[in-house]
Design a protein around this ligand. Structure first.
Ligand SMILES: Cc1cc2nc3c(=O)[nH]c(=O)nc-3n(C[C@H](O)[C@H](O)[C@H](O)COP(=O)(O)O)c2cc1C
Length: 146
């Protein structure tokens, strides 16, 4: 069974709900899921997973501090060990959503390989957004070998 890491940050719960939907989609597709906030996750989680979902709220058109903290701490310790690792990204925003560019740009620095279009969610995920997030989780599960 493949392992999918879902790492996210959330101030008021919207991105947390989105992360839980990605996790549910991956789990339903047969993956083992590790769901952690950016502050709780470490480089070892990234190395250990078969695929990773990166989630954030939009904070001034950039990713939130929790995800940034994880990525900053994980960068040097994982270099050379995560090249071409499958990833997907999702952002909850208040009407903008440009934070997704920062997540994708940093993922490129890590040399992660995007499995699908990133999912943008306005506020808390509704039924349609939840379906997209679950589909992203399922794609990551497949890419992780689950
Ligand atoms: C400090 C701060 C800055 C924000 N900046 C933006 C922004 O630039 N663009 C945008 O669309 N939403 C912005 N928002 C709105 C949040 O991204 C949005 O409410 C999101 O759904 C919050 O997700 P959360 O419940 O996971 O914290 C900002 C929110 C905060 C707290």
């Amino acid at each position: 069974m493949g392992k999918v890491l879902v790492v996210y940050c959330s101030m008021s719960g919207n991105t947390k709900a989105a992360a839980e939907a990605v996790a549910a989609g991956a789990e339903e597709a047969g993956a083992e899921v590790v769901l952690k906030t950016g502050f709780d996750a470490g480089p070892e989680d990234l190395v250990a997973c078969g695929a990773v979902a990166l989630g954030s709220y939009d904070a001034f058109s950039y990713m939130g501090g929790g995800l940034k903290d994880f990525l900053d701490r994980a960068f040097y310790p994982t270099q050379g060990e995560v090249t071409d690792k499958p990833y997907g990204a999702f952002v909850s925003h208040g009407g903008g959503g440009r934070a997704i560019d920062s997540v994708e740009s940093v993922a490129k620095s890590f040399k992660l390989a995007k499995v699908d279009d990133s999912v943008l969610v306005k506020g808390s995920p509704d039924e349609a957004a939840t379906a997209k997030l679950k589909a992203l989780g399922a794609k990551l599960a497949a890419a992780a070998g689950g």
